[in-house]
Design a protein around this ligand. Structure first.
Ligand code: NAP
Length: 250
């Protein structure tokens, strides 16, 4: 079903993992897509996604842009508006981990995670609101995590960044709801991507035992939740968190 037909979507961090799944599912749903990435090593991959999906008729472009940079976020959004004319959906998906126990955590590990996971959400939202306020419509989807709700040893920086997203999401929903702009968060559980591949087998087994659905989730399952929140299927849903976690910690 073309639930996103005629909608223009921005996805930060669309070159891999959950972001790539969102880009591919949004393409299937008929959206026009602008996505970002940051690493040199992802340039080729991003270009491959663009050429593959363009060949199937999707209007799509990849941009190299650091979501953690206020000025990059502004340039990125201005370029998208120049290229595609409007923005209906913003998915703030870009994120990183720098896991370690608090006693070993450096200031740099704290700052990098807060800048990339939380300040990026401010950066992108700040600039997109000018566009969405003019349009009098828009859906902002912020990728948080169940770790932001329950915490996790070794992830104090990550948990703090993801918990911050919840308060931000609810506040934005209240500030701009009267202009028909919605803002929601998604809280994935344990999803199979590069981010979780780096965990050792013991940690993965422990996680698995605590997931009632008895398996890890896929990027596609998170992307389906994004389609719901980005589409007109959710026009009265705002300020909410949708957990996609197989009942982990529920
Ligand atoms: P991933 O596989 O490591 O992919 C991360 C993506 O973010 C990549 O596309 C990366 O671009 C991009 N990125 C990183 N820093 C960026 C920056 N400063 N500016 C622009 N793009 C940047 O991670 P993932 O597992 O798909 O996670 C995606 C989101 O879901 C994150 O916010 C993560 O915290 C959240 N999440 C993941 C899980 C999980 O179990 N995987 C669970 C809960 C929440 P490059 O390719 O250029 O590096």
């Amino acid at each position: 079903m073309q639930l996103l037909k005629d909608k223009v979507a921005i996805v930060t961090g669309g070159s891999r993992g959950i972001g790539e799944a969102i880009v591919r599912k949004f393409a299937e749903s008929g959206a026009t897509i602008a996505f970002s990435y940051i690493s040199d090593s992802s340039k080729e991959r991003a270009e491959k996604i663009v050429s593959e999906l363009s060949a199937n008729g999707t209007n799509i472009k990849a941009y190299r842009s650091d979501a953690a940079s206020f000025s990059d976020a502004e340039t990125f959004i201005n370029e998208v508006v120049k290229d595609f004319g409007r923005v209906d959906i913003l998915v703030n998906n870009a994120g990183i981990t720098r896991d370690t126990l608090m006693l070993r955590m450096t200031e740099q590990q704290w700052d990098e995670v807060i800048q990339t996971n939380l300040k990026s959400v401010f950066n992108m939202t700040k600039h997109i609101l000018k566009i969405m306020l003019k349009q009098r419509s828009g859906s902002i989807i912020n990728m948080s995590s169940v770790v932001g709700v329950f915490g996790n040893a070794g992830q104090a920086n990550y948990a703090a960044s993801k918990a911050g997203i919840f308060g931000f999401t609810k506040s934005i929903a209240k500030e701009v709801g009267s202009r028909n702009i919605r803002c929601n968060a998604i809280a994935p559980g344990f999803i199979e991507t590069d981010m979780t591949h780096v965990l050792d087998e013991k940690t993965k087994e422990a996680f698995l035992k605590s997931i009632p659905l008895n398996r890890l989730g896929s990027g596609n399952e998170v992307a389906d939740a994004c389609i719901f929140l980005g589409s007109d299927m959710s026009t009265y849903v705002s300020g909410q968190t949708l957990s996609v976690c197989g009942a982990l910690n529920c």
